[in-house]
Design a protein around this ligand. Structure first.
Ligand code: HEM
Length: 455
């Protein structure tokens, strides 16, 4: 392929010198990515926090493999459970060991490729619905793409895996998620500083209210299902039928709510952000847009995308992967050492927080050529095979790898391709969108883009 002109989209500039305690807190609550030191983009292991609060930025594939795979028994999800436990209880994302394993096994069959192919018409429909709303606007109108993507991916999750829900349910969930996103960094900061959970923190009442609303709304869906004689074959049905092989126990109402909420939340906001950043990058890259349009036309002939065609949209997937390298929807992962450990030559004391900044891992100077440049050719089938497994990890890695990865990849590919068949996207403002780490990686100030329809 012809070499495309270089494009270096917005990035977070690391602080020139290490931040003092107050500056760290100030930067962290504005945007947790701003506390990432330059060393996290250049070195493998950067310890900080001292003996009282031992923490380390960990970025090398060998170290990450040790934490997430080889030595995983010594690293727990303590911070994640503390932060998300009140909302997601003991569901699949926020449980560990045997408690986690049977839940994962119970839902795994929903994510087999043959199961996913039947969802493709729903992905197309969600994209067509967004296109219909844009078509109803004057040509070239500015659209809030981040909000439109959240709406489309919510429509998908509600219509595929979960009990379908109406508009007011969608609004309730969106409103509560926004309030959780707004105060997210405070919770992460308190947890990472080991402050007691009862200590007052900004937004705590709004958050508690959001948790209450989300849980009671989903509990109502569970109760509704109990009265149905012929329930659809969806995730809820599998969750209700699942049995813990050790105890024979099934999930009670609370644990069903835990899991349904987990899938609602983990399963749409992330994909929405992947699509949002991708459309932004394409609005800045007419060359890649044209290459994708050609591929989509060749594969589909302009018709609605079929389940067996998603795999042939190779360049569309390359662009999505490169977009998630530069703007990983989950920008940061962490684990806490629950026992002393030795990982790749580093002695880790029990109690140490291991921070895996996916954002910096994906832009690491040692491992990526021109790390801040948008270059989807890195993920061409020939070159992608040479990228080490733990160097590119938008979906995490190890046994806790995102269970929704294949779902999200097909969904994003089909939605993006459907958009590009019918619409053009252009920048709507000069200001570049700064990536801000909240629960997901959001563009500061939203993502307004001009949308016009083709033909
Ligand atoms: C682009 C989209 C997505 C991204 C970037 C993403 C990212 C991630 C990451 C990084 C993790 C690992 C967290 C950790 O180990 O600490 C994870 C876990 C998880 N994701 Fe996703 N995800 C996406 C889409 C989805 C979708 C579509 C679903 C469901 C339909 C989903 C459901 C889950 C669940 C249930 C877990 C917990 C798995 C376990 O602990 O066994 N995700 N995701």
């Amino acid at each position: 392929m012809v070499r495309m002109p270089p494009l270096t989209p917005p990035r977070v500039v690391p602080p020139a010198s290490p931040l003092g305690r107050l500056a760290f807190i100030r930067a962290f609550v504005r945007n947790p990515l701003q506390v990432l030191p330059r060393a996290a983009y250049e070195e493998d292991f950067v310890a900080f926090g001292g003996a009282k609060l031992p923490r380390a930025w960990v970025t090398s594939p060998a170290l990450i493999k040790a934490v997430l795979l080889d030595e995983r028994e010594k690293f727990g999800k303590l911070t994640q459970i503390r932060l998300l436990g009140p909302l997601l209880g003991k569901g699949i994302l926020t449980s560990e060991g045997a408690d986690w394993k049977w839940q994962r096994q119970a839902v795994a069959p929903m994510f087999r490729p043959q199961e996913l192919a039947r969802f493709v018409p729903t992905f197309v429909r969600a994209a067509e619905d967004a296109l219909a709303r844009w078509r109803a606007m004057p040509p070239g109108s500015v659209q809030a793409i981040d909000e439109d993507m959240t709406r489309a991916t919510f429509e998908v999750i509600a219509a595929t895996l979960l009990p379908s829900a109406d508009e007011s349910f969608a609004r309730t969930v969106q409103g509560s998620v926004q309030s959780l996103q707004r105060f997210g960094p405070w919770g992460i900061l308190y947890a990472s500083m080991n402050l007691p959970p009862w200590l007052p923190q900004p937004g705590m009442f709004a958050q508690a209210r959001a948790v209450r609303i989300l849980r009671s709304t989903v509990a109502a869906l569970v109760r509704e299902r109990e009265g149905e004689s012929d329930p659809p074959d969806d995730l809820m049905r599998r969750l209700i039928a699942a049995r813990d092989p050790e105890t024979g126990r099934s999930m009670g109402e609370a644990q069903l709510v835990d899991n349904l909420l987990t899938f609602y939340l983990a399963g749409h906001e992330t994909t929405a952000k992947a699509l949002t950043w991708t459309l932004y990058l394409l609005a800045r890259s007419p060359e890649w847009t044209a290459a994708l349009e050609d591929e989509i036309e060749r594969v589909t002939g302009g018709a609605a995308i079929r389940g067996d065609q998603a795999a042939d949209l190779v360049k569309v997937q390359q662009v999505l992967k490169e977009s998630m390298r530069l703007y990983p929807p989950v920008p940061m992962m962490s684990r806490q050492a629950v026992a002393d450990a030795q990982i790749d030559g580093h002695a880790i004391r029990a109690g140490t927080s291991i921070l895996m900044p996916i954002y910096a891992i994906h832009r690491h100077a040692k491992r990526w050529d021109r790390p801040d440049e948008f270059d989807p050719a890195r993920f061409s089938p020939e070159r992608e095979a040479a990228i080490p497994r733990y160097q590119y990890m938008p979906f995490g890695a190890g046994p806790r790898l995102c269970i929704g990865m294949p779902f999200a990849m097909i969904e994003a590919t089909v939605i993006l391709a459907t958009f590009l068949q019918r619409a053009r996207f252009a920048l709507a403002r000069d200001e570049e969108p700064t990536p801000v780490a909240s629960v997901t990686l959001i563009p500061k100030g939203g993502m307004p883009l001009k949308v016009s329809m083709k033909g």
